[in-house]
Design a protein around this ligand. Structure first.
Ligand code: FDA
Length: 392
């Protein structure tokens, strides 16, 4: 029988940071994961360079049904705490933009760092290990696992969300939450590309690989970033960000000319070069391919002087406020996060301990806390893992 002080299920970002911190406090920690590698999402993250935190992380960068929940943990483990760990291991990194810190080399640097810390702190890590049953015992929890029976006073659920099942994601954490009387808020894919249908899809397919600066808006939120046309629809940071606020049927508005008043600009161009084709004018601000396709698809490109004031206004409205209703999203197959999850109103914001079942903790993405794109989700994993580690 394994009898550590703490069992952590899920050796992802939150589970590993929690394990290290608890072990450094002198707790005997058993960390199990059913996958054959720890931190598979870390390895995949940030396009292979892991955007491991954001220097400007603050509660406003997170969404939750209970928006105040994340504040305490984020305040007690800041981006600078994780940066100190990265520096201790001499992992080279850089700011890409907007406070987003990426590895110079590979995401593996972050996974290695966490594994090295686990080893040094004496965490007992078992991969390829499933948990088959969990029961509440007089002094904690008893688990039936591939290792045999395990008993511990603290049980930490760090099994993440549902995104990317091929990386080991399961709904295990939600099942455990329900078993112990917790409410689990409906889940859906977040930070995920949109799929389009009909003519819009054809347009996107033709433009696949082309990107453009934009402001994407939906349900009162807006993000200024790039969008990327794909053969299925739209992706890129602006789209991923706004997807977390979109629900089926909602209109998404995209301003493709975020730096200028579209009408004033078109009027000035019409006056300055009346014989130039619209697509030539548009190629000043878009790639040639995007300019040509937008001009042909939307406005039947012709010399600027041939557009009436009303037509010019129509073009400006379209470019400055392209409205579309996505057919859907690419779903958990490619989503970076899962929205919803364990209801934080039933979890202590200080310790991540269940208010329903003492000794049970939820950390990381399994909780109903999601960060914007840009290193915030890892910061939540680190911060929530650290908060639980102080008391497990
Ligand atoms: P995480 O998913 O990391 O870990 C959960 C662990 O639990 C996994 O190891 C899994 O195998 C294990 N598990 C699941 N079910 C189990 C079961 N039944 N039994 C045992 N173990 C089980 N964020 C960011 O801030 N910067 C970035 O650059 C990126 N990039 C990125 C790229 C891609 C492709 C994805 C999918 C996601 C990102 N993210 C990101 C989001 C980030 O990866 C995510 O929010 C964190 O990994 C969440 O950490 P957790 O530890 O909560 O879950």
């Amino acid at each position: 029988m394994f009898a550590p002080d703490v069992v952590i299920i899920g050796a992802g970002a939150a589970g590993m940071l929690c394990a290290v911190t608890a072990a450094e406090r002198g707790r005997r920690v058993l960390l199990v994961d059913h996958a054959n590698k720890a931190g598979k999402k870390i390895l995949m993250s940030g396009g292979g360079r892991c955007n491991f935190t954001n220097m400007y992380a603050e509660p406003a960068n997170f969404t939750s049904t209970n928006p105040h929940f994340c504040k305490s943990a984020l305040a007690r483990y800041t981006p600078w705490d994780f940066i100190a760990l990265v520096s201790k291991h001499e992992v080279p990194y850089h700011e890409k933009k907007l406070g987003q810190l990426f590895c110079d080399n590979k995401s593996k640097d972050i996974q290695r760092l966490l594994l090295a810390e686990c080893e040094q702190a004496g965490v007992e890590l078992h991969l390829d290990t499933s948990v088959h049953r969990i029961e509440k015992a007089a002094a904690g929890y008893e688990l039936a696992t591939d290792l045999g029976p395990v008993a511990a006073s603290s049980l930490v659920i760090a099994t993440g969300g549902l995104s990317i099942p091929t990386l080991g994601a399961t709904g295990f954490g939600y099942e455990v939450a329900r078993q112990f009387g917790h409410n689990v808020l409906p889940t859906r894919a977040g930070l995920v590309p949109f799929t389009l249908s009909g003519r819009l899809k054809e347009l996107c397919t033709e433009l696949s690989g082309t990107s453009a600066d934009c402001v994407a808006r939906c349900n009162g939120e807006s993000f200024r970033e790039n969008l990327l046309f794909t053969h299925r629809g739209l992706s890129g940071p602006a789209i991923l960000q706004i997807s977390s606020f979109w629900r089926p049927g909602d209109v998404v508005e995209i301003n493709l000319l975020p730096d200028r008043d579209a009408l004033e600009w078109l009027q000035a161009e019409q006056a300055a070069r009346p014989n130039s084709d619209l697509k030539t004018v548009l190629s000043e601000v878009f790639t040639k391919k995007l300019a040509a396709l937008l001009a042909e698809h939307w406005f039947a490109s012709k010399p600027m002087k041939q557009y009436t004031p009303a037509q010019l206004r129509e073009i400006a409205d379209r470019l400055g406020g392209w409205q579309l209703v996505p057919a859907g999203t690419e779903g958990y197959r490619t989503a970076e996060v899962t929205l919803g999850g364990v209801d934080t109103r039933e979890v202590s914001s200080k310790t991540m301990e269940s208010l329903k079942s003492p000794g049970l903790y939820f950390i990381g993405e399994v909780l109903d806390v999601q960060g914007h794109l840009g290193g915030f989700n890892f910061q939540w994993a680190w911060a929530s893992g650290h908060a639980a580690a102080q008391v497990v």
